[in-house]
Every structure is written in C-alpha cells, then in structure tokens.
Design a protein around this ligand. Structure first.
Ligand SMILES: NC(=O)c1ccc[n+]([C@@H]2O[C@H](COP(=O)([O-])OP(=O)(O)OC[C@H]3O[C@@H](n4cnc5c(N)ncnc54)[C@H](O)[C@@H]3O)[C@@H](O)[C@H]2O)c1
Length: 251
C-alpha cells in the first residue's frame, strides 16, 4: 500500500476532497487524524473508518485559530508519535460579489480560512516534522490560484497566495527532508462547489464551462494525487504546483 505506516492530518477532512483523502489515506495504510469545524460529520467519518478497521480519529479544529492548530498537531503527535503527512485542505468559497461591493469582513474571512490557515498549519506541522528530517505537506490551492475568478476576488487571491506560501516553504526546507507541494483541483463535485453554483449565476456558468471534459472531477480523483505526493513515490518532488483539472487552465 502507498502509505503504510505513515501518519497524517487532514484539515477540512469531514467533507468533499478532505473526506476523500481520509478514506483513501486509511485504505492505503495510513493513520489519519481528521480535523474539521464540522464536529458531527468529522466524528461520524472517523467512527465509520475506525469501525472498518482503520486507525482514524477526529479532532475539532478551527484552522484560523493558532491555538486550535497547535492542539490539532499535539493530538496527532499524542496519537501517532510522529507526523509524516499533512493535507492543508480546509477552505471556503466565501461571498460572491464584485470588488467594489465586497465587504472587508467577507474578504478577511476568506483570507483567514484559505490562506492564513495554511501559514498556521505549515508553521506547526514543520515544528514537529523538522526533528525527524522528513515529511510531506500538501496545500490545497485551486485553478483559481492561477486565473481570474470574477466575483470571487478573495477566493482567487487566497489561492494565489497558497502557491507563494508553498514555494517559499519548499525553498526554506530544501535541506530538511520535508517536501511541500500544492494541488490545484479543477471544479470538483463537493458541497462547496454546489453552494457556489447555487449562490451566483455567473459562477455556476463558469464552473460548468470549466469542466472541459464534460464532467466535474470526483473528490477521489483529487485525493489520488494528494496521496501520491504524500507517498515516498514522490520523493524527488517539492515546491510543485500540480493542476488536477483536465486542462481547465490551458485556455
Ligand atoms: N470543490 C472544488 O471544485 C474545488 C476546486 C478547487 C479547490 N478546492 C479547494 O479544496 C478544498 C476542499 O474543498 P471542498 O470542495 O472539498 O469543500 P467542502 O466544503 O466539501 O469541504 C471543506 C471542509 O472544510 C471545513 N472547514 C471550513 N472552514 C474550516 C475551518 N475554519 N477550520 C477547519 N475546517 C474548516 C468544512 O467544515 C468542510 O468540512 C478547499 O480548500 C477548496 O478551496 C475545491
């Protein structure tokens, strides 16, 4: 199996792409700590996977809060004694408005959940990975990290920011044995994408048009690439930003 003996934390692990990661990582032999603000869904998924014989736990964690992130990492260390993999995946779409109408509160919330969270997670994941001189971290950006997304300025800016953070973290860790990469999913069939499509007609059209192969991605198709990056098969890959979008950004 791809991840036998490894331990992982998955933020936003209760739904969508994070849920697919929790399912795939445990199936591939990893111990997984699901971290999410959705207590009901997170605990239910951890219980389901544990009942199926996997090593899986849930912790309430709000990735915008540094104390909460520290507690999450401490829990992973307490449960598994080491942290090999981290998937910084929690995110929100945020309000749909053109820039002149966007409130500072709405802007700030998206930046906090999608970008500042990745900084906080990286900071505390690196602290426990550095003594082992090994680890693999995957930050979940988006196709919106490369292109304009009208009416979603905060989202696009946060996801562009995740790429800068990923490259910087990878460069700071060239000689530490810790690999840091970003995955850029195309439009994927998750509750977040459904909510964005329901919110704004322009965004609905953009999401459906972006699926150039005629369908949205399944969460598991994104998780497969994240699992590969976390595995030893990607041992010479760091600082990369990998699109899993069926050529969506090749316009
Ligand atoms: N679905 C897509 O089309 C798509 C495309 C590109 C990128 N992404 C990115 O993939 C990631 C996962 O998205 P998804 O589509 O699976 O969404 P989702 O809404 O299905 O899942 C996101 C999870 O993050 C959790 N979360 C939200 N705020 C949190 C916080 N402050 N602390 C901890 N957990 C929090 C939610 O409770 C939820 O379980 C996001 O970063 C998103 O931007 C998604």
């Amino acid at each position: 199996m791809l991840l036998t003996g490894k331990s992982a934390v998955v933020t936003g692990g209760a739904s969508g792409i994070g849920e697919a990661c929790a399912r795939l990582f445990t199936a591939e032999g990893a111990s997984v700590l699901i971290a999410d603000v959705d207590q009901r869904a997170g605990q239910a998924l951890a219980d389901e996977l544990a009942t199926a014989g996997h090593r899986c736990h849930y912790i309430y964690a709000d990735v915008t809060n540094e104390t909460s992130v520290e507690t999450m990492i401490a829990k992973a260390m307490q449960l598994y004694s080491r942290l090999d993999c981290a998937v910084n995946n929690a995110g929100i779409g945020g309000a749909a408005d053109s820039i002149e109408k966007l409130s500072l509160t709405d802007w700030q919330r998206v930046i906090d959940v999608n970008l500042t969270s990745v900084f906080l997670c990286l900071k505390h994941e690196l602290k426990v990975m550095l003594p082992n001189q090994s680890g693999s971290i995957v930050n979940v950006s988006s196709g919106a990290g490369l292109i304009a997304v009208p009416n979603m300025a905060a989202y696009a800016s946060s996801k562009h920011g995740v790429l800068g953070l990923t490259k910087t973290a990878a460069t700071e860790n060239l000689r530490t044995g810790i690999r840091i990469n970003a995955i850029l999913p195309g439009s994927t069939r998750t509750p977040m994408v459904q909510a964005s499509m329901d919110m704004d007609e322009t965004i609905r059209k953009m999401i459906l048009d972006s699926a150039r192969c005629g369908r949205l991605a399944e969460p598991m198709e994104i998780a497969q690439n994240i699992a590969w990056l976390c595995s030893d098969r990607a041992s010479y890959v760091s600082g990369e930003s990998i699109c899993v979008d069926y050529a969506t950004v090749c316009r």
